[in-house]
Design a protein around this ligand. Structure first.
Ligand code: UDX
Ligand code: UDX
Length: 472
């Protein structure tokens, strides 16, 4: 038996579904791809003539959309039609942490996965290949299979489905590159024909040696582990950053020295404000939940510590800012440079900037926030606080306003905080910025990206994460 794939449907046009299907469309011009989403506005944005209005920002995405949209990739809200034609269906819906009920605060909420499985059961054709793209708790494939089977009452007419796990490993801001040149493609499943059908697609652009096949549970668990291991490195280096600040060791030198050991490797050793993004925290919480579920309390506690250090780092850095500014930031203006959870994305989910800004606002600071890609509405939503266009510097009440550039954000500011490693912040014109700030002016480089020596030359006091304090 061979399963030939001519038509694909992807449920979920988000940060994962959108770029993944666009790259697939580019390499498989003979395959018709429908990307569906229940959010009509999102679909409209994917279809906007003006490519700067695409719902997500990823370097290289615009160009591929221009080439493939309307050729073999289509963004639509037509659920029934798209599912019923598909030979292969990717599930790429979001799986946030549960807010209530059993497992609240830790387990993933699978309601969208369940809803997708029910729609697939209703509309899809026989022998459809169902692919879990979303990051899911181990054993979710079992749930999907159960829903698919149970939704069909008459045994004799039951449609057949093949469920595979094919987790994504793309990092936002580098998604197109990660999809085009993946370190590996992971496919978990138990049906060799379905697995082969997916291998046939990927091998059009990925070296077959990089395609790893495993059983379903290994694939699901590997995805959680990959993210947990990456997050663990960040918590490890952030814990060491605090030690560097006390001992006079230099965090960049330490990262380099340990990263050159080929067993350790150099990536993911940048100290900073802590990790954000939609995945790391959620996936570790998931790991903690399943470890507890299986009675492995020590394992759960081990991974909990990675999250605790991450939260501690953001809190500790906010406290340092307050201490340096003479113990109070009430009615002081602070320029926040960077709000997204990392550079080259407009995504702010779980961004450490949210926690840091909230705690500074609580202390009464006036924040002027600039990010090259995050807009005013998003910041308002994340901080859960309306923008205050005119600061009243005598109110004692913390507030924030949006800035369009570094220059306006730093006007009359007592301090600048670098929260995201955008390239623009590596080349700040300190001669200009220093004249705009109110002395004694500070820059807190919480990502270690700015040209700190130049800032110092212009009389700015500096503090960097993982470095002994120079102005003691
Ligand atoms: C993905 C993965 O799927 C998630 O498991 C992983 O941990 C993070 O990345 P992402 O693409 O980032 O999620 O999420 P999001 O940008 O929120 O996109 C999901 C889309 O699915 C949304 O546009 C939402 O409207 C859509 N959706 C959700 C549906 O179309 N139908 C549903 O039933 C539920
Ligand atoms: C991550 C995984 O890398 C990807 O494989 C998975 O599919 C989804 O989750 P993403 O969250 O998009 O991707 O970005 P990533 O580059 O991993 O960064 C995550 C967070 O860690 C960011 O907040 C980033 O700033 C931070 N980080 C990363 C550090 O603080 N230091 C580092 O050295 C690296």
């Amino acid at each position: 038996m061979t399963l030939k794939v001519k038509n694909i449907c992807c449920i979920g046009a988000g940060y994962v579904g959108g770029p993944t299907m666009t790259v697939l469309a580019n390499y498989c011009p003979d395959i018709h791809i429908n990307v569906i989403d229940k959010n009509k506005d999102r679909i409209n944005a994917w279809n906007d003539e003006d490519l700067s209005k695409l719902p997500i920002y990823e370097p290289g995405l615009k160009e591929l959309i221009k080439k493939c949209r309307g050729r073999n990739i289509f963004f639509t809200t037509k659920v029934k039609e798209s599912i019923s034609k598909a030979d292969m269906i990717f599930i790429s819906v979001n799986t946030p942490t549960k807010e209530k009920g059993v497992g609240a605060g830790q387990a993933s909420d699978l309601k969208w996965i369940e809803a997708s499985a029910r729609e697939i059961a209703k509309y899809s054709k026989d022998n459809a290949i169902i692919i879990e793209k979303s990051t899911l708790p181990v054993k979710t494939a079992e749930t999907i299979k159960e829903i698919l089977d149970a939704s069909q009452r008459k045994l004799q007419d039951r449609k057949k489905f093949f469920v595979l796990s094919n987790p994504e490993f793309l990092a936002e801001g580098n998604a197109i590159n990660d999809l085009e040149y993946p370190d590996r493609v992971l496919i978990g499943g138990d049906n060799e024909f379905a697995i082969q059908a997916l291998i046939d697609i990927y091998s059009r652009w990925v070296d077959p040696k990089k395609i790893i096949t495993t059983n379903l549970w290994s694939s699901e668990l590997s995805k959680l582990c990959a993210n947990a291991f990456l997050a663990q490195r960040i918590s490890s280096i952030n814990s060491i950053s605090a030690l560097c600040e006390r001992t006079g060791a230099d965090i960049n030198e330490v990262s380099k020295a340990i990263g050159t050991d080929s067993r350790i490797g150099s990536k993911f050793l940048n100290a900073g404000v802590g990790f954000g993004g939609s995945c790391f925290k959620k996936d570790i919480l998931n790991l903690i939940y399943i470890s507890n579920f299986y009675g492995l309390k020590e394992v759960a506690k081990y991974w909990e510590q990675v999250l605790k250090i991450n939260h501690w780092q953001a809190k500790r850095l906010s406290t340092i800012v307050v201490e340096k500014l003479f113990g109070t930031i009430t009615d002081k203006k602070i320029a926040i440079l960077g709000f997204s959870f990392k550079a080259n994305t407009n995504d702010t989910r779980e961004s450490p900037a949210i926690e840091i800004c909230n705690s500074l606002i609580e202390e009464g600071a006036k924040l002027s926030i600039y990010d090259p890609k995050v807009n005013r509405e998003q910041i308002e939503k994340d901080l859960n606080l309306k923008e205050n266009k005119e600061f009243n510097f005598h109110s004692g009440i913390g507030s924030w306003q949006f800035s369009n550039n570094i220059s306006s954000a730093s006007k009359n500011a007592d301090a600048i905080l670098i929260l995201t490693e955008w390239a623009e912040f590596m080349n700040i014109n300190w001669s200009e910025v220093s004249t705009k700030m109110r002395p004694p002016s500070w820059v807190f480089d919480l990502r270690n990206v700015v040209n700190i020596e130049e800032a110092k030359e212009y009389g700015i006091k500096t503090w960097r994460v993982g470095f002994e304090e120079p102005n003691k």
